[in-house]
Ligand binder design. Structure first.
Ligand code: IMP
Ligand code: MG
Length: 182
């Protein structure tokens, strides 16, 4: 058994399916952001693979930047507070920002993050997420502008997403069948 053929992981989206969808999102963003001053902000670490592929599907002049945040959890329950572990390198005042995430679950992290970024004078802020898991959403008012795939309420890994920091390197998105063994 190798990491990519782990029997505890069931493939949900193949590399080809992901790639085709990311190209579509890139084309949509290319059309929407002509003449804009686009900055893609990757939320570390889960979004790095998505961001790397998405930026190459956007045929516009753009820049990238990264943030790392940690959500305060009160036991298993997210409180909605986020701590900035690594901030942006460059100011976003006047820029058109797309925050790139791996997955939106409760929506608490991204809701708070867009509030923080919104206070910094960006011209616009939108959200691009590879995966949207709407069922556990707490911040139902969170608007997701660009979404790769809507998925059921299952724990998924691969293509940047992790379980205890493992599996980010899987070239596909898969469901962990038995989380106790993951
Ligand atoms: P939330 O939207 O504030 O609940 O947090 C979303 C974050 O939780 C994501 O950026 C991931 O780091 C993590 N997360 C949520 N669901 C999953 C999953 O199915 N697999 C891996 N990470 C997940
Ligand atoms: Mg994350």
């Amino acid at each position: 058994m190798t990491e990519f053929s782990n029997p505890n992981i069931e493939v949900m989206y193949s590399p080809e399916q992901i790639s085709a969808r990311v190209v579509e999102l890139g084309a949509q963003i290319t059309a929407d952001y002509a003449e804009k001053d686009l900055v893609l902000i990757g939320v570390l670490k889960g979004s790095v693979i998505f961001l790397a592929d998405l930026m190459r599907a956007i045929d516009l002049r753009l820049t990238i930047d990264f943030m790392a945040v940690s959500s305060y959890k009160d036991g298993m329950v997210s409180t909605g507070d986020v701590e900035i572990l690594k901030d942006l390198t460059n100011p976003i005042r006047g820029k058109d920002v797309i925050v790139c995430e791996d997955i939106v679950d409760t929506g608490l992290t991204l809701f708070r993050l867009t509030e923080i970024l919104g206070s910094r004078g960006a011209n616009s802020i939108r959200i691009a997420t590879l995966l949207d898991k709407p069922e556990p959403r707490i911040k139902k008012e969170l608007v997701i502008d660009y979404c790769g795939f809507q998925i059921p309420n299952k724990f998924v890994v691969g293509y940047g997403l992790d379980a205890a920091n493992r599996y980010r390197n899987l070239p596909f998105i898969g469901v962990v069948k038995n989380p106790a063994e993951a």
